[in-house]
Design a protein around this ligand. Sequence first.
Ligand code: AHR
Length: 497
Amino acid sequence: MKAKITLAAEMKIGSIDRRMFGSFIEHLGRAVYGGIYEPGHPLADEEGFRKDVIELINELDVPIVRYPGGNFVSGYNWEDGVGPVDQRPPRLELAWGVTEPNKFGTNEFMRWCQKAKTSPMMAVNLGTRGPDEARALVEYCNHKNNSKYSDMRIAHGYKDPWNVKLWCLGNEMDGPWQMCAKTATEYGRTANEAAKLMKWVDGSIETVLCGSSSRYMNTFGDWEATALDIAYDNIDYISLHQYYDNHSRDTKTFLAKNLDLDDFIYSVICVCDFVKAKKRSKKQINLSFDEWNVWYHSNGAPFERWSTAPDQLEDIYNFEDALVVACMLITLLRHADRVKIACLAQLVNVIAPIFTKTGGGAFRQTTFYPFREMSKYARGDALRPIITSPKYDCKDYTDVPYLEAIATYDEENDEVAIFAVNRSTDEKMELDISLLGFEGYRAVEFESMDGYDVYKENTFGDEGVTMHQNPLPKVDGSSAVAELQPLSFNVLRFKKA
Ligand code: AHR
């Protein structure tokens, strides 16, 4: 089949905020213990951080990591996780039915962020706790000295403030599974007061209001409008969460799920702008898509209740999952003007691109690769390409273009990148590329992930599903042609000669 993509430097969507390539570490399963932190592991450093895991995270180039939850945060007492480690209490952790040992807490996370070359995105507990504890945590993290909580941090051995810029106001507060879930009005008021106090402690921080837990909640829409209406002046972003699965083993439908994501993002933008209009405000609320991924392989796996760091949500991803992750990232980039933050949920072991064995090695899951390639090369501005592609119908969607693609233009480095998925399960695609205004550019790389069974997975010592290089397409004037394999994720990069 034939498809066409036309790009022009003038067709900008918006500049890509690096925080679009964020991720997430929750106190859940083996994300922390046995994941990023494992004292005694042969590859752990003197602080217990696994260096092999840090290396893989560096490969992904993750600018922010959300922490400590997730559902976990709604019952978390941050004070349990600071101070002398041997005096920290183990706690019953009600979100996931385990025991939290509190060996790793706020300061360990901040140190780990420094070593992993990333920045913290902290969440506060607006479930069992509220504005008072939230402002105390901001004071503990960000105030220099001469106050109860900043002096507490100094007494704990950390003289300099951590200067955490980004703060989530709770997590999924409309979910009945959330500790102390709230109505939109209850939440809006609590979040507003918390954000107000947190910003009074440190006026330089940014806050993220919880949107509905997913667009399939009955609360979706009204929740956003109500909470935004109350908290508008004290918040900067609203959160979105979405996971997709392929329980029905229907690849064509699974690969089209990002059409739903696109619609979801558009709906939330509309609600934000509705509230803005209603308030006659000049302030624009942007989107923090702080949980997104494929998640389903591990649902319901048994674990021992009240154990510490059991295997939980350990999805092992396959090739088609990687294609869906690529499509989701393409959609996020398509909204680069409004989606300023996004977090792949999560980073290590728990529905994650990096998988470890406690006491053993680590490997890159299939989903690692599209994230890495786009984090590395989607720089500068996202461009709105004109796409002509044959389409198909599937169970849940009609008119699904076989070609899913986005382009980026890094003006500073004279580089254009195209990220493209061929959704066809059986047909190659001859892709006509028109680079309007990019005369003199030549192809410098054509990488792809293709040729695998949709259910093929990676494992320890066998990262069979990966990217490979292809012959470079020749650019003639402003035109090039590339052949995209059936079921493929492709990265085409062009540079000024
Ligand atoms: O990422 C796993 C869980 O999914 C998070 O704890 C929660 O916020 C969401 O429901």
